[in-house]
Design a protein around this ligand. Structure first.
Ligand SMILES: [Zn+2]
Ligand SMILES: [Zn+2]
Length: 339
């Protein structure tokens, strides 16, 4: 595909979409039902539908019986860990292989003209972004994700929390399915803002931000405390009259879904004529500029709180203006304390 029909490339080889990024229309006035329906469609197809399908496969075929999950035994816990590790390795690995190893679409639709594999950096374990990212994602990310899954399944299996029924409470559960990604965005926004508080950033979140040019394995490359916070949203299923299938779905769009925001390409080509949108640009800008786009724009938190960057020169200008103001404030504070 000709990516220059959809955007432009600068001298460094960085590609930028032609249209400014937009936030979701759900909270815009006047309310536009057709625009909201269109947005909802893009919200679920294809990615969230894919993660719901993977959750169904995991729940119906790859999860032990209620009987087994009533007691916390290593046998089934290790089994869940291995199935999650294999799944993440295959899913992330598929993006990595196609886009970064085989480079099947070159740098078409790629936000950053460089490939992380071509650059060595001391900030990473073994000097390599990919190795560092894989160790963190598979070493602590997936085990912590699995720990939440085990806790939730064990609580449901023992009847410690009430459980909705897949057939008799289908409408209730369908409502939760629609709202869950939005809850995830709210939870992610709050957690993310919190770990940008300087001291937390320094010791925890900076690990994730080492990947300024993110690639699939950067998705879960975090400090273990950030993993703990990031996956903690799944605990909501213990209080909202839900079902383990939905808890697994929640963990899948948090865990597998993270790759969609870190893939580094705006579109993944599926043929010469067609491509799938990734919606990764908002989060790419966050990795590049740090203090913008704390959420992904589905719910316009960043627009409400003045940190939205739409990827245009105007977005740059607003960001720089904010920085100037912040710097002036810090300088004024320092002068005051010196006098
Ligand atoms: Zn990120
Ligand atoms: Zn951040």
């Amino acid at each position: 595909m000709d990516d220059l029909k959809f955007g432009k490339r600068n001298k460094r080889g960085d590609w930028t979409p032609g249209d400014p990024l937009k936030t979701g229309p759900l909270f815009e006035l006047p309310f536009r039902p057709l625009a909201v329906l269109q947005w909802l469609k893009g919200y679920f197809i294809p990615w969230n539908v894919l993660f719901f399908a993977s959750a169904c496969v995991f729940w119906f075929w790859l999860t032990p019986s209620w009987e087994t999950m009533r007691s916390l035994r290593w046998e089934w816990i290790v089994l869940l860990l291995v199935r999650n590790l294999v799944a993440v390795f295959l899913f992330y690995g598929a993006f990595e292989l196609r886009l970064y190893v085989q480079r099947r679409q070159g740098n078409r639709f790629k936000f950053n003209g460089k490939f992380p594999g071509d650059v060595k950096s001391d900030v990473f374990l073994f000097g390599t972004q990919n190795i560092d990212n894989m160790i963190r994602g598979l070493g602590t990310g997936v085990p912590i994700w699995t720990a939440y899954e085990v806790l939730i399944l064990w609580a449901f299996a023992n009847g410690y929390v009430p459980m909705a029924d897949l057939s008799t409470n289908a409408w209730w559960l369908a409502g939760i399915i629609v709202l869950l990604p939005m809850f995830h965005e709210l939870h992610f926004y709050l957690v993310h803002r919190a770990i940008h508080i300087p001291v937390l950033y320094k010791y925890i979140h900076s690990v994730h931000h080492n990947s300024i040019n993110p690639s699939p394995w950067s998705s879960l490359s975090m400090h273990p405390v950030e993993h703990l916070l990031y996956f903690s949203g799944s605990l909501i299923h213990l209080v909202i009259y839900s079902h383990p299938l939905l808890a697994i779905y929640h963990l899948h769009f948090a865990g597998f879904g993270a790759v969609v925001g870190h893939v580094g390409f705006d579109k993944i080509e599926t043929s010469d004529e067609s491509a799938v949108d990734t919606h990764a640009f908002a989060h790419y800008l966050h990795h590049r500029y740090f203090e913008v786009n704390y959420a992904d724009g589905g719910i316009p938190f960043d627009r409400w709180f003045g940190t939205w960057h739409d990827g245009t020169p105007e977005g740059d200008r607003l960001m720089n203006e904010r920085w100037e103001k912040k710097r002036a404030k810090v300088n004024a504070g320092q002068t005051e304390s010196n006098t």
